[in-house]
Design a protein around this ligand. Structure first.
Ligand code: ATP
Ligand code: HMH
Ligand code: MG
Length: 570
């Protein structure tokens, strides 16, 4: 039992939290509650000691903003996986449980088949009787508040029928159908006899269907699928069978090609591309992808964002697990818990970046610190004490070694204040010091590459001056946009001023949170925020904080200009 005590300040209040500390460091939990300060309602977490504890604690880490009220009852995002058991635990129900847990979502399970399976192949399959599947479905759906149902192995037409019946009785927000038919080892998991039931009963009610190349081909009566153009054609044909969205997965494209998945929403084709990870450990990627999409949908994400997050998660997990060795067969499982291992000491718990982090964004400048005779660490410390909500180190002139040393020292300060630290441009420095993220400009490394290098949990910001760049930032997997110069500035030479109209255009072109930058200070910060665009989340400042005699009082004054609350005396 980890007793967290009571954080009386602001809005956070915790009591009696019991969760598995092997998985969820207490510090993450506490940091998350600090985030709830940005919420209107207090966060009360009470007696999390049932078998839900892991998922619940993780949901809180990830979704600080969506939980919380005075009531001790709280709904957490919930996926029901209807799938087969894989004794090797790389695919099937076991993959679904791990994927949902890793993504911070509760997962209940209805088991349709038990397979004797390992890294060599599938040795035997026992199909669970239909009436037992029907009973499991009723037990879960009639009692628990399931948001999304995800299906995997549905080994008989009877089971497909029972499922479609139960879904009519107990409707859910979304249905994700992974039409599992053949394991990668080539063993049949659901025979051709169920194809017509799939087409008639399940696809018409599916929000998303996620076939791999072989499954798409089987559903389309043996259509030949080899190229990306074939995948696009297949996605369009499958869409005609009734699902709202189709994702044709390209894990089985030739090894020389990138891992490309094709998404079709009935209007547009989207190509989700990631580098192909060279590894034997790809068993269960399909189940995991579909579960991760279901988990994101359960949290409330739109479909396209859910697919994007899931694809990115798979790539990182595969890359992280590429050299692990489990079993002697040709295809091994991978490790779903990459996030917990790589970011256990992050400032706020993994995945918890929130637009409110951008509220008062401090960008350092080595020349200004030199001019005023202070160290970068003193400057950062003062900015944080004055209320900066995120810090970016922008050290254009520094030698790499000096930059890294400064970054490590600043990171220590930022971590102790639970403020994220980003590095401008230098992905290598960010990796070396395990900073919380990177900010890139249009001429720096593209955000999609940065994402690939940093993984799904780090914060990535991209500078955008135009709506087109803003759209690209989202596609590339950025978490936020920095947009400007809003006003003329001397900090950056030859910087085009886009004005408040340009800022507004960038905001309107993207779903990402935007921080405004360029010539912003105490006198005009409020007018920028008053543009009132919903995704404008804050202002980024350089000289208004650092080209000043006292960074602490300058930061406090800016904070007060932004919040309308009088500054504390220095
Ligand atoms: N080597 C790889 N590197 C990167 N991504 C991959 C790799 N292999 C598969 N993927 C991705 O994993 C996801 C699942 O695709 P895949 O085609 O392997 O599904 P599947 O055959 O149903 O998987 P499984 O049957 O092993 O569960 C897709 O997003 C795909 O692009
Ligand atoms: C139980 C089960 N479901 C799905 C797959 C597909 O990977 C598998 N190999 N085993
Ligand atoms: Mg595969």
């Amino acid at each position: 039992m980890a007793y967290c005590g009571v954080l009386t300040s602001s809005l956070s209040f915790i009591k009696n939290v019991n969760f598995d500390q092997n998985y969820v460091p207490l510090s993450n939990f506490q940091a998350t509650t600090l985030q709830s300060r940005h919420l209107r309602s207090p966060l009360i977490i009470s007696k999390i000691n049932s078998s839900r504890h892991l998922a619940t604690a993780m949901v809180i880490q990830e979704n600080g903003a969506s939980v919380g009220s005075h009531s001790s009852k709280m709904e957490i995002p919930h996926v029901l996986s209807v799938a087969g058991s894989d004794s090797g635990a790389g695919a099937g129900i076991q993959a679904d449980l791990k994927a949902c847990a890793a993504r911070g979502v509760y997962c209940s399970t209805v088991i349709t088949a038990v397979t004797a399976q390992n890294t060599v192949g599938v040795q035997d399959v026992f199909i669970v009787p239909e009436d037992m599947v029907a009973k499991q479905l009723k037990s879960v759906l009639s009692d628990m508040h399931v948001n999304v149902v995800k299906t995997g192995m549905l080994p008989s037409a009877g089971i497909v029928n029972v499922l479609s019946q139960r879904l009519r009785e107990f409707p859910v927000r979304a249905l994700v159908v992974d039409p599992v038919m053949v394991s990668t080892s080539g063993d049949v998991l659901a025979g051709p006899s169920i194809l017509s039931d799939f087409r008639e009963k399940l696809l018409p009610i599916a929000d998303l269907v996620t076939p791999n190349l072989k499954e798409a081909s089987a559903l389309l009566g043996g259509m030949h699928l080899q190229t990306i153009a074939d995948m696009c054609a297949a996605a369009k044909l499958l869409h005609k069978m009734g699902p709202r969205n189709v994702l044709v997965k390209g894990g089985d494209l030739p090894d020389l090609l990138d891992a490309v998945d094709i998404f079709f929403d009935g209007e547009n084709i989207y190509e989700f591309k990631s580098a192909r990870v060279i590894t034997r450990n790809t068993h269960g990627t399909g189940c995991t992808l579909a579960s991760c999409i279901a988990a994101e949908l359960a949290k409330g994400s739109p479909m396209l964002s859910a697919v994007k997050v899931a694809k990115c998660y798979i790539e990182s997990a595969l890359d992280y697990s590429k050299d692990i060795f489990i079993g002697d067969g040709p295809q091994g499982p991978f490790d779903h818990f990459v996030r917990l291992k790589t970011s256990s000491h992050n400032y706020h718990g993994p995945g918890a970046f929130s637009p409110s982090n951008l509220f008062m964004y401090a960008v350092t400048d080595s020349r200004m610190n030199e001019k005023w005779g202070r160290s970068i660490t003193d400057a950062v410390k003062a900015a944080i004490e004055g209320g900066a909500t995120i810090v970016q180190l922008r050290e254009k002139d520094a030698e790499t070694g000096d930059f890294l040393r400064a970054a490590k020292a600043c990171l220590e300060i930022c971590r102790s204040h639970k403020v994220p630290l980003l590095i401008n441009d230098r992905v290598d420095v960010a990796l070396a010091c395990d900073a919380d993220g990177v900010h890139v400009g249009q001429s720096d490394m593209p955000a999609c590459e940065v994402r690939r290098l940093l993984g799904p949990e780090k914060i990535i910001g991209a500078s955008c001056k135009t709506p087109k760049q803003a759209q690209q930032a989202w596609i590339d997997g950025a978490d936020y946009i920095g947009s400007g110069g809003v006003f003329p500035t001397n900090t950056k030479a030859n910087n085009l001023t886009i004005g408040l109209d340009g800022l507004r255009a960038v905001c309107l072109a993207s779903k990402l949170p935007v921080v405004a930058i360029g010539g912003i200070g105490i006198s005009n910060a409020r007018s920028v925020m008053d543009t009132g665009v919903p995704n404008l989340s804050g202002v980024a400042v350089v000289s208004a904080l650092f080209d000043q005699e006292c960074v602490l009082s300058a930061t406090r004054k800016l904070h007060s200009a932004l919040t309308g609350v009088a500054p504390k005396p220095t």
